[in-house]
Design a protein around this ligand. Structure first.
Ligand SMILES: [Zn+2]
Length: 258
């Protein structure tokens, strides 16, 4: 019987995954640095692992048979973790689902992006950058956030859909009751907020809950920007207390411009 194929990551993908997090574990409750000096000044220690989000081999954790070998060994299927967290995710697949790991990866890379080139003294807390009021944490899923143009009868309009995950981090029930779009700064009409609950309407997030969030806006024709493929705007989420949570530099693809 032939040995089963393991679709391991090549070295360049491992190095890129490490660098994309600033060489830190992607688990938001860990964030351990994964590289440092050895006593031998010629050498460095790495305690980081390019872990598979879906397993490298049939029968492994979260294995997805629908992926090609190239996809399984591709960077999209990798997450940078410390050795402890890499072990933990593989012994509890129920807790550490594909969705949870992808959420960690997005958030870790976004935090590294925000901190890149910034002196530590001005960015003491990554969370403070993500969500100033520390009541919710939102990570955009740029693959599924999109814009496109359409019409409402004779009137051209623009549809903007934000897709991401939202985490309640304060221990209090939070409800997103509104959202604003900043570019262009107009009264975009928000037509939908959908958490991943049964109904597409604002729902309370239970403490520590992670949910999907979808926001859809319609912009009037005079505010439709030039039709580049990628459109960038900041989005403000408003909770039931009136707190405003800014999500800077959200990016939206136009699937019809590809
Ligand atoms: Zn870790």
């Amino acid at each position: 019987m032939p040995a089963q194929q393991r679709d391991d990551f090549p070295a360049n993908i491992k190095n890129t995954l490490a660098a994309r997090t600033g060489h830190a574990c992607s688990n938001p409750s860990c964030r351990a640095l994964t590289s440092g000096p050895q006593a031998d000044e010629q050498r460095a220690t790495n305690i980081g692992v390019a872990a598979h989000i879906t397993a490298a081999i049939s029968g492994g954790p979260r294995y997805d048979r629908s992926l090609s070998q190239e996809q399984r060994a591709g960077i999209v299927n990798g997450i940078w973790l410390c050795q402890n967290c890499a072990h933990a995710i593989d012994v509890d697949q129920t807790r550490y689902s594909v969705a949870v790991l992808y959420h960690w990866k997005l958030e870790a890379e976004y935090a590294a992006h925000l901190n890149l080139g910034k002196p530590r003294s001005t960015t003491p807390n990554v969370t403070a950058n993500l969500v100033p009021l520390e009541t919710i944490r939102v990570v955009q899923d740029r693959r599924d956030s999109r814009w496109n143009t359409g019409s409402n009868g004779e009137t051209p309009i623009m549809f903007v859909t934000f897709h991401g995950t939202i985490t309640e981090v304060s221990g209090n029930a939070i409800r997103v009751v509104g959202a604003e779009i900043l570019t262009p700064p107009v009264d975009a009409e928000m037509i939908l907020i959908c958490n991943n609950h049964d109904a597409c309407r604002p729902q309370f997030l239970r403490p520590r809950e992670v949910a999907n969030i979808n926001l859809t806006f319609i912009l009037p024709s005079e505010n439709i920007p030039p039709t580049e493929e990628i459109w960038t705007s900041s989005i403000i989420l408003i909770d039931q207390f009136g707190n405003r949570h800014e999500l800077p530099n959200c990016q939206f693809h136009n699937p019809f411009k590809l």
